[in-house]
Write a protein that binds this ligand. Sequence first.
Ligand code: FES
Ligand code: FE2
Length: 455
Amino acid sequence: MSRAHAEVRRYGVLKAEDNEILTRVGPGTLMGELLRRYWTPACLSEEIPAPGSPPARVRLLGEKLVAFRDTTGRIGLMQENCPHRGASLYYGRNEDAALRCVYHGWAYDTEGRCVDMPSEPAPFCEKVRMRAYPVHESGGIVWAYLGPRETMTPFRDFGTDELEQENWSATKQVTDCNWVQAMEGNIDTAHISHLHQWDGIDDIPDDGSDKPGYPSNAMSWKFWRHDRAPRLELDDTWYGYRYAGIRTTPNGNTHVRITAYVVPYTTMVASIPWNQRQGLFIPMDDERTARYSFATKVPENVQGYGGANLFAAAPFSTPISRGRRAGVIKREYTAGNDYQIDREVQRTATFSGVADFVSQDFMVTESMGPIYDRTQEQLGSTDKAITRMRHLLISAAKGLAAGKEPPAVGTGLDFRSIFGAEKILEPGEDWRVLATLEDPTFAEAFDASRRHQHA
Ligand code: FES
Ligand SMILES: [Fe+2]
């Protein structure tokens, strides 16, 4: 039995108790405690756009919270229910550097301190303190630390702390299933040869880029369609892992798509030539997930927002749309309308019959039910990256409970060096070097951009 196969068998079908560990995120659960050790997206900056603007409801790790940007510009993230008698502060007044409950007028600053208590003859403000969490705004996302203060870890900067607003874009949409289930869709390279396919790809003219080097996006679609059973190779790294989905092209070349997984909830899906575009899968509670997409435009990425122009730059028309690309995205394709599946289109034009790319993913991951019973799965060799991710998470959660520090946090870690990539290999080239400093093409571009940033 090959090593890959042994690993699938070993970490493959989960025991019921491990599925519980993997999927439950509330306070006091093993995974909930692990996730609370990481800075985590709470909302988009644009949900609380300006000082004094209305607060936003935040559902995060099973907690009911409210976020607001006070009149001085400071951001607060705290429990939604007023400590007095529980009215929702979402309806509160954002004024005088505090959020004021509209029931009896008690007001709270961004640290959760009660600063005014106009309904009481003898106010006892100093005795009232509510649950409030530290926040850090970066790259259009308000990040929060929900763990114990004494174990607070440094913010994991993927390169956004120094970037101006015109150089990032962030979106968010809510999906009705467990966070791991949603994330599995992003990590899975095999499904792009199926779920997202359409028949017209066969008619895309050969532009000559099926040769060692960086193919065009159009040709990449053809490769995914041509070889529908990729081989997976996976390397563990300090932050999680990187893996290659390896396909043979029509000309017999070796095409690799390299995706990085950063514990616990970050995926960097392959794109040509490389990118730091991220999909973040943030549990709102056990059964709902906020899916953030996040891209930075940095000089080392010759295509700008990596992967974003998968369609836009394509010299062909597609029956699949890519949807809105900024801010909070309202879902049009939902379980309630069967994702607007069109059976005629499914029969004649696209593999799924669903018109929107990301909604194709939502259809398959939500249709499993809010938390799938993974003891029922039959896993194969192309599920290896998914089983590895589950294993890393479950062992980190158990490890933390046993006193072991969580992985991929701490000082001195360079999250800006992690990239996804895609290429047709030169003879003898190892996919592991692509988009690392050992890759000469990448190193040159990366060097130039760092010099540019520090000029
Ligand atoms: S419930 Fe908020 S002030 Fe009374
Ligand atoms: Fe997908």
